[in-house]
Design a protein around this ligand. Structure first.
Ligand SMILES: Cc1cc2nc3c(=O)[nH]c(=O)nc-3n(C[C@H](O)[C@H](O)[C@H](O)COP(=O)(O)O)c2cc1C
Ligand SMILES: *[C@@H]1O[C@H](CO)[C@@H](O)[C@H](O)[C@H]1NC(C)=O
Ligand SMILES: *[C@@H]1O[C@H](CO)[C@@H](O)[C@H](O)[C@H]1NC(C)=O
Ligand SMILES: *[C@@H]1O[C@H](CO)[C@@H](O)[C@H](O)[C@H]1NC(C)=O
Length: 255
């Protein structure tokens, strides 16, 4: 029995589908080599492994309780990456282990800088997601020679221990011979000046970074995360064109 064209195309489609299915992830898709500053979690808590997997050369780490430090960290990471063209990863402090923090600059080739965004709670206490980090840095890490960091603290000056976590982090890392780039930023919710404090700190830091890290500033260009393609042969009457009405594809589907 001879195969007709239909059989052949059906077979070809099946073969292609199988190839896509079995190579998915090995040929594309799993490693986030794009420009996103957040990486899809591979479940690994090994900082160096994830930096290398995702080809990232700078790190932004936030200690945040209600999301303010997190928001600033993401904003900063995107701008840092866009300005200097350095692939940057922005992470929740509690998502990784820090026992190999001292080796990051040796084992991630071309690695540039770690920036911390640290909020303060209680009587000058860390956010919940920063407790284990301090535990590790205080008790397990001794020599941070070669580690370059910068830090922006978020606090409220009406509290007695104003920005205690930014200050504690800075002091601890410096005591262990890490190198600080720029000054400790002090963001103050109490004075309502968080934005101004952030911008002043960031502008000062970026100026410094150009010299101290030999970073070339790039023209900041808008980098869209979606691509818009015009399909000129569709009209408003076409079934495929959505005008905001509920989509049967989703509304009729059984959960
Ligand atoms: C219950 C509570 C306790 C706080 N304690 C302090 C403090 O001791 N020192 C300080 O500088 N800021 C303190 N703050 C201010 C926060 O650090 C500040 O609002 C910060 O922007 C919050 O960041 P986050 O949203 O990332 O958690 C406190 C805020 C709250 C709500
Ligand atoms: C990613 O960033 C690089 C350098 O910043 C840029 O050249 C490239 O076009 C960007 N890629 C995408 C998909 O946005
Ligand atoms: C930091 O560096 C100084 C000078 O090089 C050295 O004497 C000291 O032991 C170092 N401290 C730590 C904790 O490595
Ligand atoms: C700063 O702290 C004071 C005193 O607790 C509080 O009244 C104020 O709302 C806080 N400001 C912000 C922006 O959280």
């Amino acid at each position: 029995m001879a195969l007709d064209t239909l059989d052949i195309s059906v077979l070809a489609a099946i073969v292609v589908a199988l190839i896509v299915f079995f190579t998915k992830g090995s040929l594309w898709g799993t490693s986030n080599s794009g420009n996103s500053t957040t990486v899809s979690s591979s479940g690994s808590r090994d900082l160096i492994e994830v930096l290398n997997e995702n080809n990232k050369k700078a790190l932004v780490i936030y200690g945040s309780q209600t999301g303010t430090a997190e928001d600033y960290a993401h904003k900063y990471a995107k701008e840092f990456q866009a300005r200097f063209g350095i692939p940057t990863m922005c992470i929740d402090m509690s998502d990784f282990d820090y026992d190999n923090l001292p080796e990051v600059f040796d084992q991630v080739s071309g690695f540039k800088l770690i920036t911390f965004f640290m909020a303060t709670y209680g009587e000058g206490e860390p956010t919940d997601n920063a407790v284990d980090f301090f535990e590790c840095v205080d008790n397990e890490l001794t020599d941070l020679n070669g580690l370059k960091f910068s830090c922006f603290g978020l606090g409220n000056s009406t509290y007695e221990f104003y920005n205690a976590m930014g200050k504690r982090l800075t002091q601890t890392l410096l005591e262990k011979n890490a190198t600080m780039v720029g000054e400790l930023g002090l963001g103050d919710d109490g004075a309502g000046s968080m934005d101004e404090d952030y911008l002043a700190w960031k502008d000062g830091l970026f100026d410094l970074l150009k010299d101290s890290l030999n970073l070339e500033e790039k023209e900041v260009s808008y980098e869209p995360s979606l691509k818009v393609t015009e399909v000129s042969d569709l009209t408003i009457e076409d079934k495929q064109v959505a005008l905001g009405e509920p989509n049967a594809k989703y509304t009729l589907r059984a959960c």
